[in-house]
Design a protein around this ligand. Structure first.
Ligand code: NAP
Length: 315
C-alpha cells in the first residue's frame, strides 16, 4: 500500500507514526507552517486517500475540498467534533473513531480529578516538596465518598464514571437526551435540576451544536458554592469565562478540568486558585490505551483499503 499517502494532522502518538510508515507514505501536516499547508495539500492531492486526525486537529470543509481523492478519515479519538461530518457524508468519505478502548482511562481520570480536587492532592504534594510540612500541618480538605454525583451524558464513559462512583458509595443521577433503562440511577430531563441536586457534576457527553456551552452560568449557579465541576468531555462544553468568574466569586466550590476551550491556552486566572486541578487533555494518554487506539486506527485503514467492513465506523 506504499503508493497510498496518509496525511496525519497532529503528532498524536509516535508508535502510530511508525506503524503508518510501514504501510503507507506518511505525510506530517504539523511539520509545515500554516501558510505552507494549502500548497502542500494541493501538491499531494493525487495520492492522499486517508487522513489520520485526533481530538486536537481534525479536518474541515476547506481541507476536504483540497483532497479530491480522500476516501477515509480515521480519528485517533472517540470524539469527532473536529471533523466536518456533513462534508464527509456529502463526499462519501468514511469516518472511523476509537470508542470503547478509551473508556476506562477517561473514567479513571475523571475520578482522579474529583479526588484530587476534593482532597487537594496537588496542593498537598507541593506542600511536602516545598518543605512546608516542617512548619505545620496541611489544611483540611473535603471527602469524596458518599457525595452525590451527577453525570451529563450517560454513554460509555459516563457509565464507567457511574460504576466507579458507586464503589465510593456515591448516589448517581444523570442527564442526557433519553432515559437509560439498564440502570437505577435517577434521571433528570433538565440539566439545571441535575446540577441543583448533586455535589459533583461530571461532564461526559459528546460535543455537538446542542451541547456546546451546556455548562453555563445557570448550571454553575445551580451546582453552587459547595459544588465541584469535573470536565473530561470537551472544553467547549463549558462556558469558560463563566467558570472562571464563578470560581473567582466563590459561587462554585471547585473544578477538575482536563479539557479547555482554547487548548493549550488556559485562563491565567485559574493558575492562582487552590480549588482547581488543571490537566493538559490527558484522558487517554496511557501507553496501553494509546497502543489500542493506534491499533484501531491501523485496522480501520487496512479494512477500508481491503474493501472489508470497518471496525468502528462513524460514517
Ligand atoms: P458516547 O458513548 O457516545 O456517549 C456520549 C453521551 O453523550 C451519550 O450518552 C449521549 O446520551 C450524550 N449526549 C449527546 N448529546 C447530548 C445532549 N444534547 N444532551 C445531553 N447528553 C447528550 O461517547 P463516550 O465514549 O462516552 O465519549 C464521550 C465524550 O468524551 C466524547 O465525545 C469525547 O468528546 C470525550 N472524551 C474525552 C477524552 C479526554 O481525553 N478528556 C477522551 C475520550 C473522550 P443521549 O444519546 O442519551 O443524549
Amino acid at each position: 500500500m506504499n503508493q497510498i499517502s496518509v496525511l496525519m494532522t497532529y503528532p498524536m502518538f509516535t508508535n502510530l507514526e511508525k506503524l503508518l510508515e510501514k504501510h503507507y507514505n506518511l505525510l506530517r501536516l504539523w511539520e509545515l507552517k500554516d501558510h505552507e499547508q494549502e500548497h502542500f495539500l494541493k501538491a499531494n492531492a493525487d495520492t492522499i486517500k486517508a487522513v489520520v486526525a485526533c481530538a486536537e486537529a481534525g479536518i474541515n470543509k476547506k481541507m476536504i475540498n483540497l483532497l479530491p481523492r480522500l476516501e477515509i478519515v480515521s480519528t485517533f479519538s472517540v470524539g469527532y467534533d473536529k471533523i466536518d461530518l456533513i462534508k464527509c457524508r456529502e463526499r462519501g468519505v468514511k469516518v472511523t473513531n476509537t470508542p470503547d478502548v478509551v473508556t476506562e482511562d477517561v473514567a479513571d481520570l475523571a475520578i482522579a480529578l474529583a479526588l484530587s480536587t476534593l482532597r487537594k492532592i496537588c496542593g498537598a504534594d507541593g506542600f511536602v516538596r516545598k518543605g512546608l510540612w516542617k512548619m505545620g500541618d496541611f489544611c483540611i480538605s473535603t471527602k469524596l465518598s458518599g457525595k452525590s454525583v451527577g453525570i451529563v451524558g450517560l454513554g460509555r464513559i459516563g457509565s464507567a464514571i457511574a460504576k466507579r462512583a458507586e464503589a465510593f458509595n456515591c448516589p448517581v443521577s444523570y442527564y442526557s437526551r433519553s432515559r437509560k433503562l439498564n440502570n437505577d440511577y435517577k434521571y433528570y430531563t433538565n440539566i439545571i435540576d441535575l446540577a441543583a441536586n448533586c455535589q459533583i457534576l461530571f461532564v461526559a457527553c459528546a460535543l455537538t451544536e446542542e451541547t456546546r456551552y451546556i455548562i453555563n452560568r445557570e448550571v454553575l449557579d445551580a451546582l453552587g458554592r459547595e459544588g465541584i465541576l469535573i470536565n473530561i468531555g470537551r472544553g467547549l462544553h463549558v462556558e469558560e469565562s463563566e467558570l472562571v468568574s464563578a470560581l473567582l466569586d466563590g459561587r462554585l466550590g471547585g473544578a477538575g478540568i482536563d479539557v479547555f476551550e482554547n487548548e493549550p491556552d488556559v485562563p491565567d486566572q485559574l493558575f492562582g486558585l487552590d480549588n482547581v486541578v488543571l490537566l493538559p487533555h490527558v484522558g487517554t494518554s496511557t501507553m496501553e490505551t494509546c497502543t489500542e487506539m493506534a491499533d484501531l486506527v491501523i485496522k480501520n485503514l487496512e479494512a477500508h483499503f481491503k474493501n472489508e467492513p470497518l471496525l468502528t465506523p462513524v460514517l
